[in-house]
Each structure stands twice: as structure tokens, then as C-alpha cells.
Design a protein around this ligand. Sequence first.
Ligand SMILES: *[C@@H]1O[C@H](CO)[C@@H](O)[C@H](O)[C@H]1NC(C)=O
Ligand SMILES: *[C@@H]1O[C@H](CO)[C@@H](O)[C@H](O)[C@H]1NC(C)=O
Ligand SMILES: *[C@@H]1O[C@H](CO)[C@@H](O)[C@H](O)[C@H]1NC(C)=O
Length: 445
Amino acid sequence: MGSFNWVCLIFILQFLCPVSIFSDSFLSSNGLSEIPTKFLNFAKNQVVYDWMVGIRRKIHENPELCYEEFETSELIRAELDKMGIAYKHPVAVTGVVGFIGTGRPPFVAVRADMDALAIQEMVEWEHKSKRPGKMHACGHDAHVTMLLGAAKILKEHEEELKGTVVLVFQPAEEGGGGAGKILEAGILENVSAIFGLHVAHNLPVGVVASRPGSLLAGSGFFEAVISGKGGHAAIPQHSVDPILAASNVIVSLQHLVSREADPLDSQVVTVAKFQGGGAFNVIPDSVTIGGTFRAFSKETLMQLRQRIEQVITGQAAVQRCNATVNFHEKDKPYYPPTINDEDLHEHFQKVAGDMLGMHKVNNMQPLMGSEDFSFYQEVIPGYFFMLGMENKTLGPFDSVHSPYFRVNEEALPYGAALHASLAARYLLKFQQEAPLIEEKYHDEL
Ligand SMILES: *[C@@H]1O[C@H](CO)[C@@H](O)[C@H](O)[C@H]1NC(C)=O
Ligand SMILES: *[C@@H]1O[C@H](CO)[C@@H](O)[C@H](O)[C@H]1NC(C)=O
Ligand SMILES: *[C@@H]1O[C@H](CO)[C@@H](O)[C@H](O)[C@H]1NC(C)=O
């Protein structure tokens, strides 16, 4: 159908249907600020809500670990097929990348992580994990569902999108660096902005929180084997005691943050693993220690890495032991810090404020946790935020990575609608600002 016919049709309809039809258009007078509430109402519709709850429970019952998300991937593709949404698969082993809109630039991406954790679920309920030792204890089942919910909303309004929304269903967030693999696939090459969220057990439903700039820390892991010479515990002079050496190493590692770090530049070094010895009367041959380090810049992270290695080998030598340090870069790659783009922060505040009211859009303090969404932010302006799911009448909600972790499904419509509104409004904004950018470019020439 040619554009002339469209204009004609709209002209006629405008007379016949004074308000109702056009209040559904982005382009009506107040359309922009109404998009978020309209999308939320859509997602709260009982049919849509029940559909989302069903998907979330199905994924919850069948958790899959890093790069093993084959059934989750299949479920996502089946839902996209039903909605008539085109996608690419496989991307990064099990990942799925969908496309809604014009198929042309600008491209805006929305991301959900798919993997579960190696935890035995302790919550007794009808849809408990059916896989022993595996559990969606970080809410990724809800994240996938919210992105499918957003897909449904956006597909409904596809004609009005001013560009293309890229749906990123990403594997292996929990230590596998799935985001890096998605980027390597090149599929996000022309994307101008990316959004991601995480459910939060300690924020009420309908409340969101984030901040511009540094939000989450970058992280790395280390493991060291400290070798001495085993022997009889009653004859220490014939042994080289790795337990004492490891103990000194651990104490020295604590001085990296307390004595070498700028007190205003938050950092963490934690030794979380200490294994050695098995008897009361035997000095063991070796001890293995391991832990994590966190910082808000890549330089600080690399500096910590260097000093951790020096302290472990140097301090072990003081006690006549040898040490080897392994940073497991292959299977536990460094996560960069999660740093939110300032312009996207403004965009987020406007969109979330229009949906929830500004009093429910909180600023939060940075956290030392990390998230592989940061890989995207190294190459694409990105924004990550927390989505509340606490409801006091439903009892306390445990924190992520707990075997008692529960998702409050009341949060699903909020996540779906926020994803959809952030993307749709971004494309409209881009379209409005593009002529200005072009003009500026012209002036510079
Ligand atoms: C990105 O844009 C360039 C230039 O238009 C095009 O050649 C390339 O195929 C695009 N990449 C993707 C992944 O769409
Ligand atoms: C440490 O390494 C050196 C060189 O390989 C070796 O001679 C020495 O015996 C080792 N010491 C211990 C306690 O393992
Ligand atoms: C909290 O849970 C109660 C009981 O299920 C429900 O009636 C109420 O609407 C919920 N509140 C929110 C904000 O979802």
C-alpha cells in the first residue's frame, strides 16, 4: 500500500473515530509520554500476564547451566515463531537474537540472560526445579520471560517503530562470559544503545533503581597452589609448612586494599577458598587458596591482578614455599565494570518516570557485584537497572544465589513494559535528534 493511501485512510478515520484509535498511536499529541503506561497496561492484561507466568514457570522447572541452555533456547524460538518474529540462531552456542521493526537502522538492543546456577532448590512449590543440583536462583527465568513479554508488546506496535529493536537472549552470564561471545559474533555491530535489567529482592514491585556512571564493579578470580614439604606434625623442622605460608599470604593480601588502594576508589580482595591438610598430625605438601578481586576500572583491576601474584609468590617464598597463581582467564574471564551511559540515564529516568512516577525511580549506590552486561557497555552505550519484586504481604524474599530465592511474578509486566518502552522511545528520540546530529556534522565540515 502506497503512502498516499495511508494518509488518506488516516484522514478519514480521524473524522470517524475522534479519539480511541489514535490514542493507541505513538504519534498522537501526548503519545510519547503515554507509551510506558500503555505498554504496562498491555503487559498486565490477564491473558498476557498468564502467558508470561506460564513461560517463567516452565523455564524455572528446567534450569540449564552456562552454554547448555538448549531447551530454554528452543522455548524462546518457539515463542518467537508463534509471534512471527524473525531471529538468528545459534549465536554464542545457545543464544537467540530477534528483530522487530523496520529491519533498518537505528538499532536498539534489549538483553536477557538465560542460564541457571549449580544450586539445589530448597523452595517447596509446585514448579520447583526438576533438575537436581540446578536452579534459577538469579532470576534469569524471569529476565527471559520479560524480554519475551517485551517482544509481544513491540510486535503489537511494530508498524509504529522508527527503526529496529534487537532482542538479545544471551547464554552464560554466570561466569561464562556469554556477552563477550555474542559480541564476537558481530550481530550487534550497528546497535546504537543497549538496555538490561536485574530483578531485585529488596526493592518493592513497581520500583526501579540505578545510577549514571559506575553501577557494578569489574571482577576477576584467582587460585594459587602453595607448595612446601609435608611431614610429621610433631617434627616441623623436617617440613616446609604450606599452611603457615598460606596463612601469611592471606593476611598480606588484605593489605592490598587497606594500604595500597585509594580509600575513595572502592576495591575488594577476598580469599574465599582455603584447602589443605586432612589430619591432625600431618603437615601437608601443599595448600590451595582462591578468591575474587573487584574494582571500578580496568586499570585498577589489572593492578590488583599484578600485586596479587607478587604478594602470593613473594610471601610464600618468605616461608620457603613455592607458589603458582592461576587467574583462570579462559573459563572465568575478567568482567569489566558496569558503567551506565549518562544520556541513557536521562532517557531511563524519563521513561520509567512516565510509567511509575518519579518517586518510584530511585538512585542507588554502586555495588561490588558484577555483571557481564558490562561487555556490551565497553563497545555500545548501555544502561543497566534494578527492577523491584518485593511484596511484604508475600513474605520475605531471599537474595539472589540463595537456594531459597523466589521470583515474585507480579514484577513480570513491569520488566516487559520497561524493556519495550525504553526501546520504542529510544527509536523515536533517535529519529527526532538525527536531523540535529546531521546538522551539527554539517557545521563541523
Ligand atoms: C552494519 O552496517 C554495515 C554498513 O551498513 C553493514 O555492511 C553490516 O552488514 C551491518 N552489520 C550487521 C550485523 O547488520
Ligand atoms: C621450589 O622450587 C625450586 C625450583 O624448582 C625447588 O628446587 C624447590 O625444592 C622448591 N621448594 C619447595 C618447597 O617445593
Ligand atoms: C502484593 O501481594 C498481594 C497478595 O497477593 C496482592 O494483593 C497485591 O496486589 C500485591 N502488591 C503489588 C504491588 O503487586
